[in-house]
Design a protein around this ligand. Structure first.
Ligand code: PLP
Length: 432
């Protein structure tokens, strides 16, 4: 007779594709959650500092979200985008309120991949052009175009045949692709966007797409001047600027609702997902009314699950909680405590080569030694097993699989952060 854990792991192996990426040497089946915590099927409790990939924005089983979902499910679960519904339009109104500048009109879909595809299609429709420039180490999803935009070999398992997508150097200061040092470099990497347009495209691009902080790439955070320089280059070549806020949206980076606002530029299109609805499948592509207008006579499109009323109700409720108790100022405050603690760990443990990120989106790049900066995916694996034992969930990323990603629900309080830091410190200690 198998226990519940063995039964789940056996069915996972037998009935799900083997390419489902699972964390930990022995995968961890989760059972239920409450606030900052989740429990596995054997009753062990974990402090959740990854939030299901930056998605559980206001904590597990948050009552306001559950109530909104229950009320909407009892009224209408599904309508498709063929019929207007109240939850859908109310959420669109809210998005226009919190999105920066002239970004006012939304198209909701079920996933971040959909949102990025929708942004590319919109830019192509508006400009009448096809070519897109993205950044190396970026991640855009798992559709064919998503994988073609993505620029990390392990995630490009399809889509690489799609023409018209080029990749410029990314602003990866810790491992500068130009072997220069900030600020003496004058942000030379930004200039590569122009060189890429001039040498690998027709010179007439539809758009440039980038994450304000590269998430899957390992929380790579561009210097403050970067996006202003790049936006001007992209404009000069007649392209639109798509900011992919799938990870950085909804206050995650602190102080601002959306990450790109830290760089003081207004994108033409913004995509968002993950934190949008505390775990319900939902994404959005928001733009200026004049750009959206170009789609009016472009042909037919629907999204069966786009703007799903239950997901929209969950999103409105989650944003309400964020506004009430975990707004961007709260995230900045708690994020600073987290950052300071991580920098103290860096002073103690030579394996931590770099600490980077913003707000409650903080990364640790682990290296064999600080001189060579050689990536240490082994250290990442060890830290993963140690934190699991100690009851702390964290994430990982980076082209070399050596970046620890820390991104708790934004409702995290000081105490939660102190506890996570204590557990992380213990885990580094166990690694020797
Ligand atoms: C920046 C970014 N864009 C797009 C996506 C794709 O989102 P989804 O997994 O919801 O399709 C992700 C997912 O991790 C992401 O991090």
């Amino acid at each position: 007779m198998h226990n519940k854990k063995e039964e789940i792991l056996e069915k996972q192996k037998k009935y799900l594709w083997p390419n489902h990426l699972l964390y930990y040497t022995e995968p961890l089946p989760l059972d239920y959650g409450d606030g900052m915590y989740v429990w596995d099927v054997e009753g062990k409790k974990y402090l959740d500092f990854f939030g299901g990939i930056l998605t559980t924005s206001v904590g597990h089983n948050r009552p306001e979200v559950i109530d909104a979902v229950k009320a909407q499910a009892e009224k209408l679960i599904h309508s498709s985008t063929l019929y207007p519904n109240e939850a859908h339009v109310n959420l669109a109104e809210k998005m226009a309120e919190i999105a920066p500048g002239r970004l006012q009109v939304s198209y909701f879909t079920p996933s971040g991949t959909d949102a990025d595809e929708t942004a590319v299609f919109l830019a192509q429709t508006y400009t009448g052009r096809q070519e897109i420039v993205a950044l190396r180490h970026g991640y855009s999803g798992r559709s064919a175009i998503g994988m073609a935009l993505t620029a990390q070999a392990p995630w490009r398992i399809g889509g690489t045949h799609i023409a018209g997508i080029k990749h410029a150097l990314n602003p990866y200061c810790y491992r500068c692709p130009l072997k220069m040092t900030y600020p003496g470099c004058g942000v030379a990497c930004a200039q590569d966007v122009e060189d890429t347009i001039k040498t690998t495209t027709s010179g007439k691009i539809a758009a440039f797409i980038a994450e304000p902080i590269q998430g899957v790439g390992g929380f790579i955070t561009p210097p403050p001047e970067y996006f202003k320089i790049v936006q001007e280059i992209v404009r000069n070549f007649g392209g639109l600027f798509i900011a992919d806020e799938v990870q950085t949206g909804f206050g995650r980076t602190g102080d601002k609702w959306f990450g790109i606002e830290h760089w003081d530029v207004e994108p033409d299109i913004m995509t968002m997902a993950k934190s949008i609805a505390n775990g319900f499948p939902l994404a959005n592509t928001i733009t200026r009314p004049d750009i959206a207008e170009s789609t009016r006579h472009a042909g037919l499109t629907i999204s069966t699950f786009g703007g799903n009323p239950v997901s929209c109700a969950a999103s409105s409720a989650a944003i309400g909680v964020l506004e009430k108790e975990a707004d961007p100022q709260h995230v900045a405050r708690v994020g600073k405590i987290l950052r300071n603690g991580l920098e103290r760990l860096q002073e103690q443990y030579a394996v931590i080569g770099d600490v980077r990120g913003m707000g409650l989106m903080q990364g640790l790049e682990l290296v064999k030694d600080r001189q060579s900066k050689e990536p240490s995916p082994d250290a990442t694996k060890q830290l993963f097993e140690a934190t699991r034992e100690l009851g702390l969930l964290i994430g990982k990323g980076g082209l070399y699989g050596n970046v620890i990603r820390i991104s708790p629900p934004m409702t995290a309080r000081e105490d939660d952060v102190h506890l996570a830091l204590e557990l992380l410190g213990k885990a580094f200690g166990r690694m020797g």
